[in-house]
Design a protein around this ligand. Structure first.
Ligand code: T46
Length: 130
């Protein structure tokens, strides 16, 4: 399975906490794009696609959601619910997002610019591609 959870170092003191994300350091690729997802709903799933070439790190800055990760052979479910843990997802991994908590906010760092032609949005096409 081409994913892993990365524990990010927290710089914390009496004022609060801070996490720093740096290309080729705690983020294992050059960051070309950042986007974020908010105003999600518990009964609305997202994702349902794979990327041919893109790598991403997803962080639940606030709240929680459940990821389904699938490499075509195995399917695993994980909860993302900490602002100091990044979910790295590599190439050719089907991902689904379910069970968003109210107010969940996801921040995503991507290794490339947005390109719809790089998405595989049909599961049968995903299976054929791997
Ligand atoms: C992923 C998961 C975690 C853009 O125009 N630019 C962008 O950078 C992105 C990410 C999306 N869009 C457009 C494409 C769609 O018209 O925004 C709309 C919603 O995108 P999508 O349905 O792909 O959103 P999610 O939440 O299903 O998936 C997103 C990312 O697209 C995807 O790469 O891995 O978050």
């Amino acid at each position: 399975m081409n994913y892993k959870l990365i524990d990010m170092k927290i710089f914390g003191d009496e004022r609060g906490k801070l996490v720093s994300l740096e290309s080729m350091k705690n983020v294992p690729f050059e960051i070309k794009r950042v986007y974020y997802i908010f105003d999600t709903l518990p009964n609305q799933a997202r994702g349902m696609h794979a990327h041919k070439d893109m790598e991403q790190i997803i962080i639940a800055i606030d709240g929680a959601c459940q990821f389904i990760l699938d490499d075509g052979k195995n399917r695993e479910k994980i909860w993302l619910n900490r602002p100091d843990v990044g979910l790295y997802i590599g190439k050719n991994m089907w991902r689904e997002m379910h069970n968003f908590s109210y107010g969940c906010k996801l921040m995503v760092l991507a290794s490339d610019y947005y390109d719809e032609s790089e998405y595989i949005r049909n599961y049968d096409d995903f299976l054929k591609s791997i």
